[in-house]
Design a protein around this ligand. Structure first.
Ligand SMILES: O=C(O)CCC(=O)C(=O)O
Length: 254
């Protein structure tokens, strides 16, 4: 069941911070999996699409699902799947996936969004029609000045343009600087978001899975391998079975 207060919050903020959504045992297990694939040979992993390596983040491993099919668990984690069904529809699809580390000394990213803002925040006739929703499974505690993730709450509905290139701070930014290992962040990819510089000695570790609706294509370089499709559950295979080629933003200028 979807909590109506959280649904309201997702609508007006564009994100949810689900605190301690993973158990400590889960965090320990997923950390072990992540440690085990850190040494993945990226060239070998991407032998099907060598150009893909340059389109991927690889900090330290992009497409962890293909490096280790256990990561398919994050396609339909029981905490997340009801949200994906509500925000994207029952037949939602995978777009890309990353094991993403923000290392000490990281100088920060750039503000961006995966899809355009929408006047209603992607709600039409009382239903969400989000084209892209991203899920962060947070594996580490994150405090102030530890390379935290930032979003601009409500920017998925923004009606005014903002010059944000080269800027570290934007008005009203919310900082996930009170994250506990095991928290899950779900956000509308129309939100402006970024990763802050990390002057701390700690690495922020996140498993990221990006999802779209039934008509979403996969991001270039993230097509699942045949062996991955064979190894996962029927439900996970369905989520991985994009039918429309590479990702292209649907026209939702309604
Ligand atoms: O977690 C971060 O630092 C940024 C990740 C990000 O921008 C993204 O996944 O689009």
């Amino acid at each position: 069941m979807i909590d109506q207060d959280l649904l309201f919050a997702f609508d007006v903020q564009g994100y949810l911070h689900l605190r301690r959504a993973l158990t400590p045992t889960e965090v320990a297990t997923y950390t072990t999996w992540s440690n085990e694939i850190q040494a993945t040979d990226l060239q070998a992993l991407n032998v099907d699409n060598p150009a893909g390596v340059t389109h991927q983040l690889n900090r330290p491993v992009s497409r962890p699902l293909d490096a280790d099919a256990r990561f398919a668990h994050f396609l339909n984690h029981p905490v997340v799947e009801p949200w994906l069904q509500t925000l994207l529809g029952l037949a939602h699809r995978h777009i890309d996936n990353d094991l993403y580390y923000t290392y000490p000394g990281y100088t920060g990213g750039h503000w961006h969004r995966g899809v355009r803002a929408h006047p209603t925040g992607h709600v039409v006739d009382g239903k969400f029609i989000c084209p892209m929703v991203k899920v962060f499974y947070c594996l580490t505690d994150v405090g102030p000045d530890e390379g935290e993730f930032v979003v601009i709450p409500g920017s998925h509905k923004a009606q005014f343009k903002l010059a944000y290139n080269e800027r570290v701070d934007l008005p009203a930014q919310h900082i996930f600087n009170d994250v506990t290992a095991g928290d899950i962040i779900i956000f509308n990819e129309a939100l402006l978001h970024n990763g802050r510089p990390n002057p701390s000695p700690k690495t922020r570790k996140t498993i990221i899975v990006n999802f779209g609706r039934h008509d979403a294509g996969v991001w270039q370089g993230y097509q699942p391998l045949a062996q991955t499709l064979a190894a996962v559950t029927p439900r996970q295979r369905e989520i991985l079975s994009n039918t429309t080629g590479f990702w292209a933003e649907p026209d939702l200028t309604c």
